[in-house]
Design a protein around this ligand. Structure first.
Ligand code: NAD
Ligand code: UDP
Length: 340
């Protein structure tokens, strides 16, 4: 029997590339669409190498509705994992229209193409940032949603659009997955996170310090109401996250209903705890500079991960040690990231 084809938008990106490998391992046939806006073409070769298969790739923009529709039909797509979008919070504050256009506009074009071609299962990359400043912890899915920047609002608007589509078409089912902080890399060190320019996120920055690309880590704030004063986040291994998508697809197939779920570990770590774990994993020391808080940061954010465990039958398995080990393997094996 032919393997079911799953369209992966943004499949050459950090999370999408790992999800393609997990999909292939689970017996699906990933079909990648990416406009290379934030990815390098060499990622495709790495995915093909790891999956030992000639994964199909289409360089296209998800906003090109006709092209997308033709692809859904030609590849006989059964379901979509939708990762494509811009993700830099600061940039979204400076260029909100660009963010709404790509993230919301891209999703609308995708949904229209899916409706036209009878593709009725979608897994969407949402984010824990939709919760805004936590009122209580851990964050449960019914926590109030008060996104504080355009990027986070994009995610919430898309969640609303998906809910409306599910009301309008009883046969359309989606999973909105609210990721916490994905870090780490494929254990082979062939795939990993390769941000352009100066990394905004903690882990890629720490990894670049460890490999000698940057002199020291700037710690944003040591006066939070947390045990050591630095910000606490729920870091999740990207391989666990990728598996969460396979579990969500299976849920849509099995249960034929929509779901919105946190994907996190349920455990928070401070910046200093992450730095120590990374020092242990890499054997390198990470010089620190303490700076004032970064605008828009919350003190703590971590998931109640029990809903996903109950409904999707999925839970994160890999701890901080494995996350740092694999991030270091990736960074030390590919100090400048992917080749051009
Ligand atoms: P990424 O930038 O590495 O991957 C996104 C991919 O989408 C890139 O390869 C980019 O080229 C592509 N893309 C962007 N716009 C496109 C378009 N219009 N048409 C086709 N391709 C397009 O980001 P990532 O970290 O892999 O994140 C994937 C998704 O998960 C994003 O939607 C992001 O908002 C969400 N998310 C990420 C995090 C995180 O910390 N990485 C956390 C929560 C949610
Ligand atoms: N952080 C830091 N220095 C950096 C990047 C991040 O101290 O160069 C801190 C940040 O203030 C937060 C945590 O690390 O407390 C995680 O930040 P990241 O940007 O990775 O994730 P997010 O803030 O989006 O949860």
């Amino acid at each position: 029997m032919a393997k079911p084809a799953v369209l992966v938008t943004g499949g050459l990106g950090y999370i999408g590339s790992h999800a393609c490998v997990a999909l292939a391992e689970a017996g699906y046939r990933p079909v990648i669409v990416d406009n290379l806006g934030n990815a390098k073409a060499s990622v495709l070769e790495r995915i093909r190498e790891l999956t030992q298969s000639d994964i199909s790739f289409h360089r296209a923009d998800v906003r090109e509705r006709q092209a997308l529709g033709a692809l859904l039909a030609r590849e006989r797509v059964q379901a979509v994992l939708h990762f494509a979008g811009w993700k830099a919070v600061g940039e979204s504050v400076e260029k909100p229209v660009m963010y709404y256009e790509n993230n919301v506009g891209g999703t609308i074009a995708l949904l229209a193409a899916m409706a036209e071609h009878g593709v009725r299962r979608l897994v969407f990359s949402s984010s824990a940032t939709v919760y805004g400043e936590p009122e209580r912890l851990p964050l449960t899915e019914d926590h109030p949603l008060r996104p504080v920047n355009p990027y986070a609002k994009n995610k919430l608007v898309i969640e609303h659009i998906l809910a409306d589509c599910a009301v309008a078409d009883a046969g359309f089912h989606y999973a909105a997955l609210r990721y916490f902080n994905p870090i780490g890399a494929h254990p082979s060190a062939r795939l990993g996170e390769d941000p352009r320019g100066v990394p905004n996120n903690l882990l890629p920055y720490v990894a670049q310090v460890a490999v000698g690309r940057r002199p020291s880590l700037r710690v944003w704030g040591r006066d939070y109401a947390t045990p050591d004063g630095t910000g606490v986040r729920d870091y999740i291994h990207v391989m666990d996250l990728a598996q969460g998508h396979v579990a969500a697809l299976a849920y849509l197939e099995r249960r034929a209903r929509s779901i919105t779920a946190n994907l996190g570990t349920g455990r928070g770590y401070s910046v200093l705890e992450v730095v120590s774990a990374f020092e242990r994993a890499s054997g390198k020391s990470i010089p620190l500079e303490f700076h004032p808080r970064r605008a828009g940061d919350v003190a703590q954010s971590y998931a109640d991960a029990s809903f996903a465990a109950r409904e999707l039958g999925w839970r994160a398995r890999l701890g901080l040690e494995a996350m740092c080990r694999d991030a270091w393997r990736w960074q030390s094996g590919n100090p400048e990231g992917y080749p051009d």
